[in-house]
Ligand binder design. Structure first.
Ligand code: C5J
Length: 221
């Protein structure tokens, strides 16, 4: 047991490093690079890119500490059989499955679906392919975490108010304690970033805790 405490809001959180995992959510080309799903929906993808370097610092520290690192990717089977019909037309037009500069949008195996090179998984790090916004829905994430007796999640990724929030809420309901690292998450909407972080730590950590990359790296060193 490696008992530690991470400085966080609304209060510092005690954790066991051996029972803690880093979860990096949907740091995919389709969300962070021009020509992907995020940009086709009308968003400025540069707003997400500030999360890359801080996430990289935490990723390096987690790998050096031997911590379990898990990556997720939002996307669908090539035949789109796992994509609810309504999701296909969200945004007012069909984007998912259509051809873009990085291949078919949000389809597994396509360039745009893959993780950005800066944060690319290394061998041994589980990659969870998920059809939904939450990383627990229709995936084996919970089985992997329970198998390693993980209790606490350090959470990075995009976008905060969509896949990060959904995953944190799912994890919280399952009894995992989530620490969202505020400079390692991004949103296309600056006001959603601020409010989304406030919502997590409100009411005495109703969904989890908020910390940052520096405090996470301090924890891991
Ligand atoms: C979105 C995500 N924003 N990964 N997906 O559609 O947050």
């Amino acid at each position: 047991m490696t008992a530690r405490s991470i400085a966080a809001e609304p209060f510092d959180l005690d954790l066991d490093l051996e029972k803690t995992a880093l979860v990096v959510i949907d740091m995919q080309r389709d969300f962070l690079q021009p020509g992907g799903f995020g940009e086709l929906l009308g968003n400025d993808v540069s707003l997400l890119r500030g999360a890359i370097e801080p996430t990289r610092a935490v990723l390096d520290a987690a790998r050096a500490a031997g911590m379990l690192v898990i990556h997720t990717r939002e996307g669908h089977r090539t035949d789109l059989a796992d994509c609810p019909p309504a999701k296909l037309t969200r945004g007012g037009k069909t984007f998912i499955g259509t051809d873009g500069p990085m291949g078919r949008i949000l389809v597994r195996g396509e360039e745009g679906h893959d993780i950005i090179p800066e944060l690319y998984p290394i061998p041994g790090e589980p990659v969870i392919d998920k059809p939904g916004k939450g990383a627990f829905y229709a995936t084996d994430l919970e089985a992997i975490l329970r198998g390693r007796d993980i209790r606490t999640l350090l959470v990075c990724g995009v976008t905060l108010e969509v896949c990060v929030h959904t995953t944190v809420r799912e994890a919280n309901d399952r009894g995992f304690e989530c620490v969202v690292l505020e400079d390692c998450v991004g949103s296309y909407f600056p006001e959603f970033l601020r409010v989304g972080l406030d919502m997590i730590k409100a009411q005495g950590a109703i969904f989890g805790w908020v910390s940052d990359s520096k405090r996470a790296v301090d924890l891991l060193n």
